[in-house]
Design a protein around this ligand. Structure first.
Ligand code: GZL
Length: 300
């Protein structure tokens, strides 16, 4: 009775491994590789999982194909981090019709399917954008800001932009996407330096694009962190190193290392136990008071 999501489970009974189909969106950033490591370190055979892990190289059609393969294999649980928010209606309905519970990881979906997933674990991206905006309002109220956006249409991009712009949107003089990668962050910044010569700050939706921006700013003979300040999100080690080196000015942490919490959630889902609809991972912020020792101690 009920729809598939309300009587989830029927998955791993006691003893047999829980078969998890996991669609990871790509390996585009330091954050993503740390997230993949955390998932693989926790959803192990020793922990009772049989993990089928598929990387989509940031292509939605690859993720949809992977999800359909998981449905065909009748896995116990599907987990995925959607590269963009929309375009999942058909495959989410197919998973629901197949009675396979879906666990949403990291990024978010915008779908017409009712009750499309059992639980979501990830960051509050709007809160991350707000934290960055609050720092700018406090420390650089006259900054002319270029916003270097993540993958257009991804939950992380949409919500970080919303959170940031709600605080200091009137200081934003231009926006362009660098697709969360270092290389595209560099090319987008090269163009922005031409288009917005009066720019004094870049708000980048992740560290990798910010590191590309540093390359472009230095190639243009300017000093990142002073001529052009940089506010970033993620706090992977390379981003925090840029902060110690005074090339970044402020970094909002986005924590990828929630594989342990994910493993617990998946176990409960497979066993038909109640789980919270939402698990927001803990994360903080960093400024230039950070020490080299703190950076060296970071696990990723
Ligand atoms: C955020 C995650 C984002 C990171 C980027 O949870 O989806 O995707 O901020 C990554 O580094 O590419």
């Amino acid at each position: 009775g009920g729809d598939a999501q309300s009587d989830v489970g029927g998955g791993g009974d006691a003893g047999s491994a829980i078969r998890v189909g996991y669609s990871q969106l790509g390996a585009e950033s330091g954050w993503r590789t740390a997230n993949t490591e955390s998932v693989k370190e926790n959803l192990t055979a020793a922990n009772g999982f049989d993990l089928v892990f598929v990387d989509a190289q940031q292509k939605q059609e690859n993720q949809i194909k992977a999800l359909r393969d998981f449905i065909a294999q009748d896995v116990d649980v599907i987990a995925f981090s959607p590269v963009v928010e929309t375009g999942w209606d058909d495959v989410l309905q197919e998973a629901k019709d197949a009675g396979i519970p879906v666990v949403l990881v990291d990024r978010t979906v915008d779908t017409t399917v009712s009750d499309p997933y059992v639980t979501h674990i990830g960051s509050d991206f709007a809160a991350e954008g707000k934290k960055a905006g609050d720092w700018v309002a406090e420390n650089a109220p006259d900054a002319k800001i270029f916003e270097l956006q993540g993958t257009l249409g991804s939950g992380a991009q949409v919500d970080r932009e919303e959170g940031f712009d709600a605080v200091v949107g009137e200081q934003v003089i231009g926006k362009a996407s660098g697709n969360f990668t270092r290389a595209e962050g560099r090319t987008a910044t090269e163009a922005a330096l031409q288009a917005y010569p009066d720019m004094t700050m870049i708000f980048t939706h992740n560290d990798d694009m910010g590191l590309g921006a540093i390359e472009a700013i230095e190639a243009a003979g300017k000093a990142p962190g002073t001529d052009i300040q940089i506010v970033s999100v993620d706090a992977v080690r390379d981003g925090l190193q840029a902060l110690v080196d005074k090339k970044f000015n402020y970094v909002v942490e986005c924590n990828p290392a929630f594989g342990d919490q994910l493993a617990e959630l998946v176990k409960k889902v497979a066993n038909g136990e109640d789980v919270p609809k939402e698990t927001v991972v803990e994360e903080t912020t960093f400024d230039q008071t950070i020490t080299q020792a703190q950076v060296d101690a970071r696990p990723y």
